[in-house]
Design a protein around this ligand. Structure first.
Ligand SMILES: [Zn+2]
Length: 395
């Protein structure tokens, strides 16, 4: 048999599906972020279906407690980077697929990796990075397939930028509230506060370590959990090792079940095949699909795209504004921004300067119509806010 015939025979049963065009898959490039339970399943499905190129991004290594679900890993792989092990396995499952593993935090990657992709898949286990990836998908106008699960429950949302709701459109209802509240309590912090907060979580660090972390803007437990890899890389080796150990201890250990991962990932992979076919295999699911394994029921909650969404809404193009008083400090402004947009770690930039907390708007010469750029680990691009100076508050 010639090589080409063999390749065709591999996909023989799926090309028999009405409307299926294998070319749509073989020329596609898909980035899967997170190679845990759902990431393994999605990547396996896409590899078997014959996607042209898969990019697998994960900054974790294989642990014993992963093996009951993360089906691309074996006992022999304990301690090895998930992305690399998964790529090796997938190449064996389908040698026709190109697989590129990236053992890194997704937020460190070059934009070009995403620009070349046809679909981005989020198989992450935490909201901060899911939000970051959502903002990137919208900014680059790439379809995003977001998969999440916990215990017997799982959900799936497909974001077609500017057409369907993004993850932030209904963030107030869909993102865990207690987290938003906890994250929004910004205050003037001291290294002692961090030592104390960690103590409450059962973790001891010295004041000296806390002071070192502060020098790198790691001031809260959330900063410790979610600080970008680029920030961590500036720490000295000893402090970095301590941070990695703390992160491991702080990592939530959610209940999870392989069969639920397989179920939701199967649905997600089918949707990806549909997206790659344009509308020839039917339209992707609109809204939020929720699977409840206990009752055995699926529900699709309708989600409309919100014109007021600060990530994908029309309001972004019109320009978001923020009203400030001349006497207001940057810390007060940060608090306001944290509450408005539910971002726990805003940094305010004006004419490329990062503004320090104790400065006042009037001192900085910020005036009506000026633009402030807000950077946060929850967004790929800075948030742009046009300044409106409120009346009745003299300098
Ligand atoms: Zn949105």
């Amino acid at each position: 048999m010639t090589e080409e015939r063999r390749d065709l025979e591999r996909y023989d049963r799926q090309v028999r599906i009405e409307g299926w065009d294998q070319e749509n898959l073989t020329r596609a490039k898909i980035v899967v972020v997170g190679v845990g339970a759902t990431g393994c399943e999605v990547a396996k499905n896409l590899a078997l279906m014959g996607i042209g190129k898969l990019v697998l991004v994960d900054n974790d290594v294989v642990e014993l407690s992963n093996l009951s679900r993360q089906m691309l890993f074996l006992d022999d792989n304990l301690g090895e980077p998930k992305a690399i092990v998964a790529a090796d396995r997938l190449r064996k499952m389908n040698p026709l697929v190109k697989v590129e593993p990236i053992f890194d935090d997704v937020r460190n990657l070059d934009e070009s990796i995403f620009e070349e992709a046809d679909v981005l898949v989020s198989c992450l286990d935490n909201w901060p990075v899911r939000r970051w990836l959502n903002s990137l998908a919208v900014a680059l106008n790439k379809p995003l397939v977001d998969v999440a699960m916990e215990g017997f429950y799982a959900n799936l949302q497909i974001v077609i930028p500017k057409k369907t709701a993004c993850l932030e459109c209904h963030g107030e209802e869909l993102m865990p509230k207690e987290m938003q509240l906890a994250e929004c309590t910004l205050r003037r912090r001291k290294p002692e506060d961090l030592v104390q907060d960690l103590k409450q979580a059962g973790i001891e660090i010295s004041l000296k370590v806390a002071e070192k972390l502060f020098e790198h803007d790691i001031k809260t437990v959330y900063d410790l959990k979610y600080a970008q890899e680029s920030v961590l890389m500036r720490l000295d080796d000893k402090t970095l090792k301590i941070v990695r150990e703390i992160r491991e201890k702080l990592r939530p250990k959610l209940p999870a079940l392989q069969s639920v991962a397989a179920m939701i990932s199967g649905l997600a992979s089918t949707e990806i095949a549909k997206i790659l076919h344009g509308d020839k295999l039917g339209e992707p699911i609109k809204g939020l699909l929720v699977y409840d394994g206990l009752s055995g029921q699926f529900t699709i909650a309708e989600l409309e795209r919100s014109p007021d969404c600060f990530v994908c809404g029309d309001i972004v193009e019109e320009g978001l504004t923020i009203t400030v008083k001349p006497s207001e400090t940057i810390l007060e402004l940060k608090k306001k921004i944290a509450e408005m947009f539910s971002i726990p770690d805003p940094e305010v930039l004006y004419r490329e300067w990062r503004l320090s907390d104790d400065k006042r708007i009037s001192e900085l010469g910020i005036g009506e119509g000026d633009t402030l750029y807000i950077t946060t680990s929850r967004r790929f691009m800075p948030l742009q806010l046009r300044v409106r100076i409120s009346e009745g508050d003299g300098p």
